[in-house]
Design a protein around this ligand. Structure first.
Ligand SMILES: N[C@@H](CCC(=O)N[C@@H](CS)C(=O)NCC(=O)O)C(=O)O
Length: 265
C-alpha cells in the first residue's frame, strides 16, 4: 500500500501526486499541516529528517525527496513509463529535474513565503513564528525564511528568485524548441517536475513572468499540461480555492514591485 505524507498546495507534493495519477496508482493521504509546524513533530522527523513534505511509504519502505520518489515510482510500477527512451533522453530529463531541484525549489519557497504566506504569518504572534523558523534544519533556508518574513518582497532573496524564474522559464522555452515536452516527444518526469513552479507563479498572480512574448512555447506547454486528467486529479482537487484566491490577491498587491524587479533583472 502507498501512503503519502503531503500538503495540499505544496509544490513538491503536487509533483508526486501528479506522477501517482499518471501511473494510475492509488494512495492513502496523510496530510501534514505546514502552517502549524507538523513537519517538525518527532514522529514526522523519524520519517523525513529534513522536516519537509512529501514522504512516501511503500509497504513500510520510507522514501523522501520528491524527484527521487517520482523516479522510484516510475522504476517500480510498470504502467506508462514517465522516462524518455534512451540514455541521452534520460540524461536530459534528469539534468532538468536536478536543475529545478537546485534552483526553482528554493526560489519558489522564497516567493511563496514573501507574498502568499507572509500575511498569515504576520497575523500570528512573532515569537511563535520565530520559534517555528528556528526548527528549520538548513541554515540557508532558515535565513531566507526569516528575511522574507521580515522584509516581504523587499528582501534581497526575492530579487534573486525573480532572476531564477526568468532563467528557468527561458530554459524551458529553449527545450520546447526541440520537442513537444521538456525531455522528448512524450510527457516525462521533467514536465511533472516543472508543472508546480509554473502553477505557483500563476497562483501568485505573477503573470508578467509567464506571459512574456518571448515564451510562446511555454504558454502552450502550460495549457497542455493543465489539460491532463492527472492535473485535475492530483493537483487542482487538492488546492483550496480560498488559499489560491488569497495568494492571487497578495500577488496583485505587490505586482508593481515585482514588475520593477523583472525589469531590473
Ligand atoms: N527537496 C525536497 C524539498 C521539499 C520541500 O521543500 N517541501 C516543502 C513544501 S514544497 C516543505 O515541506 N516546506 C516546509 C518547510 O519548509 O517548513 C523535495 O523535493 O522533496
Amino acid at each position: 500500500m502507498l501512503e503519502l505524507y503531503h500538503a495540499p498546495i505544496s509544490t513538491c507534493s503536487q509533483k508526486v501526486r501528479m506522477a501517482l495519477c499518471e501511473k494510475g496508482l492509488g494512495w492513502q493521504d496523510n496530510l501534514v499541516n505546514l502552517q502549524s509546524g507538523e513537519q517538525f513533530s518527532p514522529d514526522y522527523l523519524k520519517l523525513n529528517p529534513n522536516a519537509v513534505v512529501p514522504t512516501l511509504v511503500d509497504d513500510g519502505t520510507v522514501l523522501i525527496e520528491s524527484t527521487l520518489i517520482n523516479e522510484y515510482l516510475d522504476d517500480k510500477y510498470d504502467a506508462g513509463s514517465l522516462k524518455p527512451d534512451g540514455a541521452d533522453g534520460r540524461h536530459g530529463m534528469r539534468l532538468f529535474t536536478k536543475q529545478t531541484d537546485d534552483t526553482a525549489q528554493p526560489a519558489i519557497a522564497v516567493l511563496t513565503y514573501a507574498i502568499g504566506a507572509r500575511p498569515m504569518l504576520l497575523a500570528q504572534p512573532k515569537d511563535e513564528v520565530m520559534a517555528m523558523f528556528a526548527k528549520i534544519p538548513l541554515e540557508a533556508k532558515r535565513k531566507a525564511r526569516t528575511s522574507v518574513y521580515e522584509h516581504g518582497v523587499k528582501a534581497p532573496e526575492v530579487a534573486a528568485a525573480i532572476k531564477t524564474f526568468i532563467a528557468v522559464f527561458k530554459g524551458m522555452e529553449d527545450r520546447l524548441q526541440n520537442h513537444t515536452w521538456l525531455a522528448g516527444p512524450d510527457l516525462s518526469l521533467a514536465d511533472i517536475a516543472a508543472m508546480p513552479y509554473v502553477l505557483r507563479i500563476d497562483h501568485l498572480g505573477l503573470m508578467p513572468l509567464l506571459e512574456s512574448p518571448d515564451l510562446p512555447l511555454l504558454a502552450a506547454w502550460y495549457e497542455r499540461i493543465k489539460a491532463r486528467p492527472s492535473f485535475e486529479e492530483g493537483v487542482i482537487k487538492y488546492a483550496p480555492p480560498a488559499v489560491v484566491e488569497a495568494f492571487r490577491g497578495e500577488g496583485g498587491n505587490v505586482l508593481p514591485e515585482i514588475e520593477k524587479l523583472i525589469t531590473a533583472a
